[in-house]
Design a protein around this ligand. Sequence first.
Ligand code: AMP
Ligand code: GLY
Length: 431
Amino acid sequence: MKVLVIGGGGREHCLVYKIKNSSYVDKVFCASGNGGTALLAENVDIQPQDIEGIAKFALREGIDLTVVGPEAPLVEGIVDEFTKRGLKIFGPTKDVAILEGSKVFAKQFMRKYGIPTAEFEIFDDSGKAFSYIERCDFPCVVKADGLAGGKGAIICHNLSQAREAIERIMVKKEFGAAGEKVVVEDFLEGEEASLLAFLDTDTFLPLVTSQDHKPVFDNDQGPNTGGMGAYAPAPLIGDLLFSKIEDKILSPLVKGLKKENKVYKGIIYLGLMIANGEPYVLEFNVRFGDPETQAILPKLKSDLVEVILANIEGRLKNINLVWDQRFCICVVLASGGYPGKYEKGKVINGLESLEKQEDILVFHAGTKKVFDSQTGNTFFVTNGGRVLNIVGLDSDFRKAQEKVYSAIKKVYFEGMHYRRDIGNKGLKFLS
Ligand code: AMP
Ligand code: GLY
């Protein structure tokens, strides 16, 4: 098979790595890819938003299966477009990708089908939103309805912060049309975790649990990022909590979609808050998480392409996922200044020393492969905010953490920074 992966981050390098290892696959392409995918796949210079361009490429190249990484093309309807043209693609169609594309839709769906989530109100009029926050309790969370690159949820500790959030979203339109409506919801105190599952009309197949680290600095300080690290499984979620997530969230989700006559085929990502031993949905994503995927898929022993094909063809019920039982920890190395302004083009040193290191994997994110015509050598330079994902595996959580952090010591680029506490949250649940 020829498989095309869409996207260019750490998640996509990890997807390419798993797909390349599939017994079904002869060749992998990645649009537009990064320095790491260039080592395993043929990078294609087409951006993920260019649905028409990607579809034309897939037809021309005779692509047998396309796997979509980021949310934007899914929300824009890439799966519908590909299906119309007879191309096989993995991901949800536009009518259900709205679970991520509209927080208003997702919250109303959860209310309708009794899925636990923070209490909320919806506003399409800034005046009404301003007057509502005069009487709401703090902290509260103000969220732009549409896609806002992970920046559209603003935690407000007092009235003036809430006013500013509504001003930014609805009046100044900082997130454009995504801010035409807002959700104002109760703040939930607890610990966050993620659960990804393959989803089909009658069934769901969960992957292992994981935990992302969104704030840029240790101990969850500083502004939010795309994710500075993750580990899997998340010891926070024991068997009891896992069954609650299946019974209170995944089952009603499948039933609700069926009741609405909607067919969802693909990954559903539950962004969860665990509060007082109960799971609540903070958000749905309709795709693999980044960086969760880099901590989850290295543990998957099953052939990913076989599972994806089973999901597309309605055979998910027959699939049993087989897992490496070790803990997997992923730490993100970021450019100086990220998540604010940063420079690109810094030479990355030391990656070759990790190539053969046992239990260590490297997934590139914002990197570019450069050919030096004078020496005939290739090397990598930084090309984005999140640059590299260093991943370590061990059956002992603490050892996995030690392995990954000692591997990081061998890598360097100017301005590089990373969190030094990825895994600490998990440790407290392991005695
Ligand atoms: P979202 O885009 O809805 O997942 O929100 C982004 C981040 O904001 C989450 O990962 C949480 O850290 C935080 N957040 C969102 N909603 C809530 C809530 N109701 N209570 C507490 N924190 C929240
Ligand atoms: N790790 C957060 C996300 O993928 O949205």
